[in-house]
Design a protein around this ligand. Sequence first.
Ligand code: SF4
Length: 363
Amino acid sequence: SFEFLEKFRDPELCRKMLDRMEAELESDLRFMEVCGTHTVAIFQSGLRSLLPKKIVHLSGPGCPVCVTHESEVNAFLDLAANERVIMATFGDLMRVPGDNGRNLKKAVADGARVKVVYSPFDTLKLAKENPDDLVVFIGVGFETTAPTIAATMKMARQQGIKNLRILCFHKTVPLALDALLSDEAINVDGFILPGHVSAIIGTKPYEFIAEKYNKSAVVTGFEPLDILQSLNQMIDWRKKGEAHVVNNYTRIVGENGNTKAVEIMYEVFEPIDALWRGIGLIPGSGLEIRAEWEEFDAKKEFGITIEDCAPLKGCKCGDILKGIKQPDECPLFGKPCTPANPVGPCMVSTEGSCAAYYKYKLD
Ligand code: SF4
């Protein structure tokens, strides 16, 4: 309840935690959050400007729209032009730019049929209402969304729906963190781990962060005290030369996550190598529709293959997703790139760090 959450916003306690950090910090602590909701929470709560100067906040690859690779964006834009197809998508993909300034909004103006849905389950109704067309849902997102898509496919099969396809670009979070940590150019001391993804997969898949890389990572809620507590712990551990992976969000996240959701996800999908914007190919980090479910596979139906391509000209989203650059270090930030006129996906999505940076820093 609201009252319960208020406890995690107590201004006096927040101040104490901030003072403690200031006193304890001996050198810069570079922390990365890996969840668009954390990005927004850190700005919205005002924490971003209250954190000690020695705390460096980096946004990692936690915005699903932002990490969707340029070639995947071009693929769904190409498919939207197909006359047989009604594209179904979450609204935040509508303005994501592809090559030559294309996006789904402009595609609609050119005659493409695109429907914004609020849940993948809405595609079942859409498919039934349009029996002569193919409804293709653009599947982007992490372990939070993939189980719902899997459940939608199961329901479609049960209901005998034959004209629903999924264009599957789902990705999984832990291997992306492994890829970042193995890159020497990337300098991160610890992670604030995503609350929602962790509610599905639990904490075990992150244990390699401490074991293999000697860095800490804390599953964290979205209130200011949640975040401050995790940062304080990371400071203490670093001082002692320790690294741990722990769960501070026990009110939502269980150690083993939601095993039922993971089960249904892997019943329908299997791991494949996937391209991430800015990071490139990460082996095993994507989800592909299993052969047993191929009647839903839009890639198979339309012979779509995803190959690496040039990044968007001038856009530094890739470096921002890796924590190498901050949004205002991009020469296009604020001019010409704004939420009203986004050049890259990090400015489109409300969870993108450029959009959060713009909204809360410049307003
Ligand atoms: Fe890309 Fe715009 Fe962000 Fe620059 S400011 S990195 S162009 S989204």
